[in-house]
Every structure is written in C-alpha cells, then in structure tokens.
Design a protein around this ligand. Structure first.
Ligand SMILES: [Zn+2]
Length: 136
C-alpha cells in the first residue's frame, strides 16, 4: 500500500473513532476542528496529485539511470541469487503503477469523506456548535 493511501486511512480511522466516542472526547476534538479538516484536505490533495508525483519520480529515476549508466547484477532465475547462471548485469527496474493502487486510492478517499461526515455529524449531535453557525 502506498504512503498516500496509508496516510488517508490513518486519518479516516482517527475520525471514525471520534464519531463513536463519548461526548467529552468529541468536544475535545471539536475544538481542534480546523486542524482535522486541514488534515482531511491535505490528504485528499495528496491522493489527487499522486499520479503527477509518480510520473515525476518515474522520469527522474529513468533519466538518472540512463545519465549515469547504472547497472545492477542480474539474478539467476534458478537460485535467485548472483551466480554464473545469471545473465550479467541489467538496468534497475523502474517503478510500476499497480492496479491495486488505483482502487486503494478511490476506496480510501470514500472512506475519508465518510469518516469526516460522521465526525461532523457526531459533533452536531453532541451540540458542540450552534445551528446558526452551520446555516451561515
Ligand atoms: Zn544460480
């Protein structure tokens, strides 16, 4: 699982805990609402910009390997080590986008949005803020 998804899931899990916590716990987190909403916005932005960062990383690695002629030992297909049966050297593999990453990103984003909603709903139900502040 990529770093960005781990971060999103961590924040989602934290907010999910708050949404079922006792009222005094919720109040203690509500006073830090701006912090939590900033965390959510930052995590969603990181998710949405993942492909851009990946492409930049991929291109920089590829250029570096080519520019410096980097080669690493090729492992033997039988013992998976370095021995006389290996084919010598090869260029390092470049990172690949896994199909799971795309679904992980989508699912974790939904999870985060739902957790945020339930946390805000819990704050409302605990009456941490007055109705008129919401409708403004
Ligand atoms: Zn071998």
């Amino acid at each position: 699982m990529i770093y960005t998804v781990k971060k999103v899931k961590l924040i989602a899990e934290q907010l999910r805990k708050f949404s079922t916590a006792d009222s005094w716990v919720v109040v203690g987190q509500f006073v830090n609402l701006k912090f939590w909403l900033d965390e959510v916005k930052s995590a969603i932005k990181a998710l949405d910009q993942h492909n851009l960062r990946f492409d930049k990383m991929y291109e920089s690695r590829k250029k570096w390997i080519e520019l410096h002629g980097i080669e690493i030992p090729d492992h033997c297909p039988i013992c998976l080590g370095i021995c006389e049966l290996g084919s010598g050297t090869r260029k390092p593999h470049l990172p690949k986008k896994s199909p799971e990453t795309k679904s992980d990103k989508k699912e974790s984003k939904i999870e985060l949005i739902n957790s945020s909603y339930h946390f805000l709903l819990r704050c409302y139900n605990v009456k941490t803020f007055k109705r008129r502040r919401i409708t403004r």
